[in-house]
Design a protein. Structure first.
Lengths: 114, 114
């Protein structure tokens, strides 16, 4: 079975400060892990993905995430937040090399204050 | 058409009525999916289709049906809507069999059942 837990439902940061959105996963198989972003009243957009290659994954808009198997974590970070980063972020797990079914976390809403 | 389109954008529906949500993609992806998004629950898979002519049940299939007559279209039908089906519905597609399982999402349909 697979599951994903996003540890914070809301995160607030000031513009220009670092962002950390936490995600832990559980998987009986080698997982693929993703971060998706959803801006208000929009669909979801892929930020980055881990598929058993490099453990540090770089995505769009300056985001990156590190796969840590020993900690079963895949936290999303960005060195300096921008106002446009305010959105809902979803950590997602799927079974690598198998079906395309995704298991979504419950989401973290990121607020960025000027 | 570019990517995935969904129709309608939003709909208010009386309980007991039948409703079909439309989804069309032009990327020639084999796999398509329907999710519902509810506050605090993230996205949950309703039904999926790995290829034209086949469908499968996701996590929350009750009260919904789908068909996949061709590659491009994947309509979701509520035979007799109930208020608990009030949600935002997202259609997605992926190139089934690819290692990274990335899914591309439509803009969503906001459905209110009264």
């Amino acid at each position: 079975a697979q599951s994903v837990t996003q540890l914070d439902s809301h995160v607030s940061v000031s513009e220009g400060t670092p962002v950390l959105l936490r995600c832990n996963y559980s998987s009986s198989y080698s997982p693929s892990l993703f971060w998706y972003v959803q801006h208000p009243n929009k669909g979801l957009q892929l930020l980055l993905k881990y598929t058993s290659a490099a453990t540090l994954v770089k995505g769009i808009n300056g985001f990156e995430a590190e796969f840590k198997k020993s900690e079963t974590s895949f936290h999303l970070t960005k060195p300096s937040a921008h106002m446009s980063d305010a959105a809902e972020y979803f950590c997602v797990v799927s079974r690598a090399y198998n079906t395309d079914k995704l298991i979504f976390g419950t989401g973290t809403r990121l607020q960025v204050f000027p | 058409i570019a990517g995935i389109t969904q129709a309608p954008t939003s709909q208010i529906l009386a309980a007991g009525r039948r409703m079909t949500l439309r989804c069309t993609q032009d990327m020639r992806h084999n796999a398509m999916y329907w999710y519902r998004q509810d506050l605090g629950l993230g996205l949950r898979l309703i039904h999926y289709s790995n290829t034209a002519g086949t469908t499968g049940k996701g996590e929350v299939p009750d009260g919904y049906s789908v068909s996949r007559a061709n590659t491009d279209d994947f309509p979701l039908t509520l035979a007799s809507a109930v208020p608990s089906q009030t949600s935002v519905y997202f259609c997605a597609s992926s190139e089934s069999g690819r290692e990274n399982n990335e899914q591309f999402f439509g803009p969503g349909t906001r459905l209110t059942v009264l």
